[in-house]
Design a protein around this ligand. Structure first.
Ligand code: FRU
Length: 483
């Protein structure tokens, strides 16, 4: 593996020198070259945050999966590290697929899926997947130790292990698709990280018969409940819900070791934007539960591929559970350290069809707006980023909508969710070259998507269409470059 890692790491170093920066983020983790998808092995270990990711170092298209690696002291400033895992052993010949990390007795353990195509590349109907482990003493160089859990009978799609320690045991959840093509999560346990018991329980299973696979499961306590976070495939869209190719969301329930999982709240989406998939959570050093996701979607157009790289993570978000069993997600506090050039936007009334310029070159910034919903009768009001993005309150339909229009890249779509029934609406938006993340009413709803403006198309404006809208207050900051 050493040679393959050196080859890939050197290829990235070389490509970095000629990186086309048009869409490259300033404070989101992304590869300098090659492809990135799911966050893997997120962990605080030995004084540093580690983020690994699904990575093809030699192409901006998906291919034989490696694990890319970056480290950080604060989850914002990331330092790229040598590639951690490369495929090529008998059991992971065609890919080191997604997984997780644990820190144990000073060592860093990576649990991942060894992937093999049985009929040549890219034929999902004949694959073999097993759960494997690799170990590191220094947190940078990993030694593979092979398969720890073979695929159970009847499960061909069996991947994305998430491991944690609880009540004297190690536990692992794995995403699976049974012989009847039903998505589910299998639960394994052990007292010895290198020797797992092959027996499993089905922790949770789809009730929606269209859902054939649950990818990237995570299972963790939040408040006094247990959350099952996963990415179901096959869910049909319903009205304005579930419009992405694949979904992401969570169940809320109660669980104790060796007890069945009792679901108290059914499936809810974690984010309402176009680009949010395969999130994984971890504990920050002070115990906060943090999630990061892949801010893209399978089969979407990814214009940065022409520049030799693709894929980035969302901002790290702190998750808490509210009394209604809903996850509240907010960007981590540490992000405030990037704020500069504060500009206060005074309280104002936007009369019909007017707009207000906030910034002419909003490439790397944060915007906070508080709208008075009770005194805003405009049909639509919100903000524009150039000609490509509108984020608005749709008064007529009582919806919040994020719409994108980049005909040059054949991207034109919109996503909506219900407008909260509050007197004011607080919007916090983060723009970073090719991404937009919006947090509503202190994290009650979030929208994440990739944006692809031309260099001259980053004008940030507030707008109101037909009748007026009242802004109670707002603030704009440029954000310092972190990466
Ligand atoms: C989710 C996923 C995982 C798999 C990985 C392969 O996006 O399909 O299930 O492990 O990506 O790159």
């Amino acid at each position: 593996m050493k040679q393959r890692i050196e080859l890939a790491t050197n290829a990235i170093k070389k490509a970095r020198k000629s990186l086309n920066k048009q869409f490259y983020p300033h404070y989101h983790l992304a590869p300098y070259a090659g492809w990135l998808n799911d966050p893997n092995g997120l962990i605080y270990h030995d004084g540093l945050y580690h983020a690994f990711y699904q990575h093809h170092p030699f192409s901006s298209l998906w291919g034989p999966m490696h694990w890319g690696h970056a480290t950080s002291e604060d989850m914002i400033h990331w330092q790229h590290q040598p590639i951690a895992l490369a495929p090529g052993d008998e059991y992971d010949k065609d890919g080191c697929f997604s997984g997780s990390a644990v820190s144990h007795e000073g060592k860093l353990y990576l649990f991942y899926t060894g992937h093999i195509w049985l009929n040549g590349a890219n034929d999902d109907s004949a694959i073999h997947q097993t759960q494997c482990v690799a170990i590191s003493d220094d947190g940078i160089h990993f030694e593979k130790k092979g398969v720890v859990i073979p695929s159970p009978e009847g499960f061909m799609h069996f991947r994305d292990p998430k491991v944690w320690f609880q009540d004297g045991k190690w536990w692992m959840v794995v995403g699976a698709r049974d012989a009847l093509d039903q998505g589910q999560i299998l639960l394994f346990s052990t007292t010895d990280l290198l020797n797992w018991n092959d027996e499993y329980q089905t922790l949770a299973k789809t009730e929606d018969k269209n859902v054939y696979m649950w990818e990237c499961p995570d299972f963790f306590p939040l408040g006094n409940h247990f959350i099952t976070l996963f990415s179901p495939q096959g869910k049909k869209s319903q009205d304005y819900q579930f419009r992405n190719l694949y979904q992401n969301g969570y169940l809320v329930g109660q669980w104790a070791p060796d007890q069945p999982y009792e679901i108290t709240h059914q499936f809810s989406e974690l984010d309402f934007g176009q680009d949010f998939y395969a999130p994984q959570t971890f504990l920050a050093k002070d115990g906060r539960r943090i999630a990061m996701a892949w801010m893209d979607m399978w089969e979407s157009h990814m214009p940065s591929q022409e520049h030799g790289w693709s894929g980035c993570f969302t901002l790290p978000r702190e998750l808490v559970l509210n009394d209604q069993g809903k996850i509240i997600a907010n960007p981590i506090e540490e992000l405030k350290t990037l704020r500069q050039d504060e500009k206060i936007i005074p309280s104002t009334i936007l009369i019909k069809n007017t707009d207000i310029l906030i910034n002419e070159n909003a490439t790397c910034c944060e915007l906070e707006l508080v709208w008075d919903l009770q005194n805003s009768s405009a049909e639509k009001f919100g903000f524009w980023i150039g000609n490509g993005i509108q984020f608005y309150i749709d008064n007529q339909n009582q919806k919040l909508t994020l719409s994108r229009h980049y005909p040059k890249y054949i991207i034109s779509d919109s996503r909506s969710t219900e407008l909260p029934k509050t007197k004011q609406l607080k919007i916090r938006a983060f723009i970073d070259k090719s991404s937009l993340e919006v947090f509503i009413n202190d994290g009650e709803q979030t929208f994440s998507c990739r944006i692809y403006p031309q260099d001259s198309d980053y004008t940030l404006k507030l707008f109101a269409i037909n009748q007026s809208a009242k802004l109670d207050n707002g603030t704009f900051w440029n954000l310092e470059r972190a990466i």
